[in-house]
Design a protein around this ligand. Structure first.
Ligand code: F6R
Length: 607
């Protein structure tokens, strides 16, 4: 996730406006920043790695000439956060500048093609190919707008692009596929940005650019065209009425809710990771003597779910371990034959890094899955995969958890394929379903949210909750329970449902709420028996089940429906979403701020 901003003014200098716009987009990424302006037939660029304020102190971003310009605040996905990888990126002749938010999947092929044709690419990013593709078209006689259109047609993946050129210094050309792009307009100025709040202090008139559209911004306003048939799209701006606080959270009352709702997009991003790193990691896992999955908190729950994925799909036994226990439990046995996948959103969690140090000392192979490129984890891992969820501001992990699960499921699937452990038909089915996960997530958010809010009202006074599930759903139960506990301070207990009769069931008395995670998988029958055990003792059953699961619905006091046909292996990615919402609405009912739970920090850097 990155932020882009562009502006065309009638008079004055665009740079300070772009700089301020990027500050408002900083929540989308903050490891590098850059601006390009056009003035007097020349292109001016200032960019560097670092936070916007730090780079500004060094380079004075405001002191750039020109009424037209574009800018970018970056969250690295391809290429570490170094100056050379910061946007804007330019063509060979330094006449065209491009900023981009998204992931270009086929950039390696395009890069090879461009290099073979004599282009010199300076960065390691996926974005730079766009500037060179446009350069080629312009050289062959096309206008800037036509050249952006043709370049966009060659890109697989997602993009919001903004492009300026010294040859046509009066316009900004933007194009969109999946990544967000909006245009703001007032009497004398026009802006493009990744979201409306970026230009809200400047204008309240906004229009959304849709997928597959290109928009040309000029002093006179804007023209939107469809990339597919080049038809002009008539669209009038709408007036947006948000106060500054709502604007920061894009209209959501809290970052946590905003991040829960971002999951269809962040999950889509995980389906575009670079194959080479996933393949490399698969290779290491395949060769490993023994595999540990090490993490803390929510990331540990992702490991717990992953251990079922690896075992069921690829027949690989793994040990999921809480990082702070790793040295104590396995410190002596870990050795050169051990392969350890460390999972950490921040890549900086002290307990995880302590386990990692130990593993390195014992010559184990260290792999990493993280959201933060250039974090300590990415520096120390032999191979790492970046989950590409963008910054998460709410203290409770939500979107980063589902992204971790998606990446881990993809690794398990690759390993299964490599080992020949699943049939062709099953692989195709799972890959198809994985592609549909973002849509399923959208359906859950759209259809279940009001019901979950009502449930939180109903159970807001409950003193304690049970979360139960079998198989991979026991990981979902653990994560659901952690969410509730950490942001609404309701003591709760999670168990594999089969274990509940070995002690915890003694807590049950009439009205005690028990949340059951009941996908229609191999555990379904056994879960029904567990529901009956609890029901017989007066528990109130809240079930998460498939929409057509009439049997579970009959037994439950309350139920939340999840789309049918989600394979067991992928179920935690979707079943956790209602639990995140439930925790959020419970915090609301109890008058708590879910973005800042007491005693907790986003990145725990003490052991
Ligand atoms: C819970 C939560 C924490 C983190 C844990 C590990 O919502 O956010 O439990 O999951 O502190 O953090 P990372 O993944 O950054 O290592």
């Amino acid at each position: 996730m990155c932020g882009i901003f562009g502006s065309i003014l009638k008079k004055g200098s665009a740079a300070p406006i772009i700089h301020a716009g990027l500050k408002r987009l900083e929540y989308r990424g903050y490891d590098s920043v850059g601006l390009a302006t056009v003035d007097d037939g020349k292109l001016f660029i200032k960019k560097d790695a670092g936070k916007i304020d730090d780079v500004h102190r060094l380079l004075d971003l405001d002191a750039m000439p020109g009424r037209i310009g574009i800018g970018h605040t970056r969250w690295a996905t391809h290429g570490a956060p170094y100056k050379v990888n910061a946007h804007p990126h330019t063509d060979c002749r330094e006449e065209i500048a491009v900023v981009h938010n998204g992931i270009i999947e086929n950039f390696a092929d395009l890069r090879a093609e461009l290099e073979a044709a004599g282009h010199v690419l300076k960065s390691k990013t996926d974005t730079e190919v766009v500037a060179h593709l446009i350069e080629d078209s312009v050289k062959s006689g096309l206008s800037l707008v036509e050249a952006v259109r043709d370049a966009a047609k060659r890109l697989d993946g997602s993009y919001a692009l903004a492009v300026v050129s010294t040859r046509e210094p009066d316009k900004i050309v933007c194009a969109r596929k999946e990544s967000p792009l909006v245009v703001g307009i007032n009497e004398s100025e026009v802006y493009c940005a990744s979201d409306i709040p970026a230009f809200l202090p400047l204008t309240k008139k906004a229009l959304i650019i849709e997928n597959g559209e290109l928009v040309v911004l000029s002093e006179g306003g804007y023209e939107i065209r469809r990339l597919s048939d080049w038809s002009v799209v008539p669209r009038e701006p709408e007036v947006v009425d948000w106060n500054p606080e709502m604007a920061e959270k894009q209209g959501y009352p809290h970052f946590m809710l905003k991040e829960i709702y971002e999951q269809p997009d962040t999950l889509r991003n995980t389906l575009r990771l670079q194959n080479q790193f996933l393949d490399l990691m698969t290779e290491f896992l395949d060769r490993a003597g023994e595999v540990f999955l090490v993490a803390c908190g929510t990331s540990y729950h992702a490991c717990l779910a992953a251990s079922y994925m690896f075992s069921k799909l690829a027949f690989l036994a793994t040990h999921p371990i809480i990082a702070s226990e790793f040295i104590e439990q396995h410190g002596r046995s870990v050795n050169i034959d051990s392969t350890i996948l460390f999972v950490s959103q921040s890549g900086e969690t002290a307990d995880t890094l302590a386990a990692l140090d130990h593993a390195r000392l014992r010559a184990a192979t260290v792999l990493g899955l993280t959201n933060v490129i250039a974090s300590t984890l990415t520096r120390l891992a032999r191979v790492y995969v970046c989950q590409q969820s963008g910054p998460e501001i709410g203290v409770a992990a939500t979107k980063t958890f589902t992204s971790q699960l998606s990446v881990l499921a993809q690794l398990a699937l690759r390993l299964a394929k490599k080992r020949g452990k699943v049939s062709h038909v099953e692989i195709e089915f799972l890959e198809e379903r994985l592609e549909q996960i973002p849509e399923f997530a959208t359906t859950i958010l759209k259809t279940q949210s009001d019901k979950i809010k009502a449930l939180a009202q109903k159970y807001s006074k409950s003193q304690c909750f049970f979360y139960l599930g079998r198989g991979i759903s026991s990981a979902t139960a653990s994560e659901g329970r952690l969410k509730l506990m950490e942001i609404s301070y309701v003591p709760s207990i999670a168990y594999p449902a089969g274990e509940s009769k070995h002690g915890p069931i003694s807590l049950i008395e009439p009205g005690f709420p028990v949340v059951f995670i009941c996908p229609k998988d191999e555990t379904h029958r056994a879960v029904i028996s567990n529901i009956m055990e609890m029901k017989a003792r007066g528990a109130s059953i809240i079930a998460l089940c498939e929409e057509n699961d009439e049997e579970i619905k009959r037994y439950a006091d309350d139920f939340i429906e999840v789309p049918k046909g989600i394979p067991e292996i992928l179920s935690p990615i979707l079943y956790v979403i209602p639990l995140q919402l439930f925790a959020y609405y419970m915090a609301m009912e109890r008058g708590l701020n879910p973005d800042m739970p007491r005693n907790l920090a986003k990145s725990v850097t003490v052991k």
